[in-house]
Write a protein that binds this ligand. Sequence first.
Ligand code: NAI
Length: 504
Amino acid sequence: MDDAIGRDRTVAVVGTGTMGQGIAQVALAAGHPVRLYDSAPGRAAEAVAAIGARLDRLVEKGRMDAAGREAAAGRLHAAADLAELADAALVVEAIVEDLSVKQRLFADLEKTVGDDALLATNTSSLSVTAIAGGLRLPGRFVGLHFFNPAPLLPLVEVVRGFATDETAATRAYETVKAWGKTPVRCADTPGFLVNRIARPFYAEAFRVLEEGGADPATIDAVLRESGGFRMGPFELTDLIGQDVNEAVTRSVWDSFFQDPKFTPSLAQRRLVESGRHGRKTGHGWFSYAEGAERPEPHTAPPAKAPERITVRGDLGPAEPLVGLFEAAGITVRRKKGEGFVDLPGGVRLSLVDGESSFEYHQEEIVYFDLALDYAAAGRIALSAREGIAPEALAEAVGLFQALGKQVSVIGDVPGMIVGRTVAMLVDLAVDAVDRGVATAEDVDTAMRLGVNYPAGPLEWAEKVGHRRLCALLRQLHERYATGRYAPAVGLVRRGYTEEAEELR
Ligand code: NAI
């Protein structure tokens, strides 16, 4: 059954700034007649011209033919008045992010369009339910959260407000799908899917910095080269704008009644206060002044690899390392045990588990961080307690260098960098699924397409194991005790289920 709005029906876009123009272009390319309205005089006509210029560029690049461009331009009109939107089958609002202004606009629109028209908001941080709160027919109201730039980015979050009818949500979903987008369905929750679940990607990195674990360049490098993320959180927030990124964090935190899972960062607060908003101001975490060089990540100097090691038990998600060690010519002996690597000099190597090295009095323990794919990782982070014998640490460094990897030795921060980041992303993702915000599949799609994650958090959790991630969070919870790291009930449950299946 095709529930999408017919291509012959008019789509209206109200608010013709960055997002409105992008959304209008998408609807136009899909074949709809499109009408634009903006309250600032002349702005809608400017948008018509700007979209026309963008279509011209598509023709120049050979991505659209001249006849298609003419036809599209013929379907695009500026409206001088809201009344001209009367026959729209769908109105997408992309005006200023202000609840009362949006509410007023929709009250006017409700008097203008037919009762069967769909009404949608592109809000990124307001409650869809609140915007629709005063409407006569809130059932036909949805959130359609496009990402910037809308013509290029495939993801659209289709948000059901408290009063949204299932038929309206399905119609909106099928319509954006027919436009060539990848829609995901989600309930009306602070930050929707992407902005809710992505918070720890930034917050954990900022915490590692605040705790003196590593500097921004090193944390970025570890998340890129070991975590597989396209960009590190420091460089990414410099691109987004520290003010914009912090505003999203604060809005989600406030909307969750200041739940510690979403607590903003003091280090980022200071950056915003100082006016260092990122690339756009010439300075953020990094400097963008003329000639400024990006600091290099800390990388350990070359060290000698041990000739033989003992692997005790199964290394879990780090098990592929064993084959890599052997391929590098290191003799590996296997013995029973709880998943450690013993080095000849007496160091015990362990995959990050949320504990701190200083808690081990008897032996020298060195932690290595989680990697998305140990074979592909270009860098591995290690952490050891202060005062560890340099030769002991060097042996661990040499072991990973023998695999052709760079090594960053970071401070003794529980959960390290990738470990705590992934555990928190999984925690929030699992919690969103269990609360019915979205399906597991949609959560993973949203994170892969909305923020370019190399794997969806739920898919990642399957690889690492829920029990292991839950145990890591429990260790962090014990050490920080703010509630931030208390594992979600659903993560605990999945951990037990996994254990029960293994015992069977
Ligand atoms: P913008 O500032 O570029 O454009 C807003 C436009 O709305 C302006 O042209 C303004 O004249 C017009 N406007 C303001 N009040 C109006 C009213 N009462 N009636 C008609 N027109 C009105 O803003 P932008 O960035 O396009 O954002 C629009 C909406 O999209 C906001 O709700 C924002 O949160 C959301 N959004 C923004 C994203 C972004 O990356 N910029 C991404 C996703 C959502």
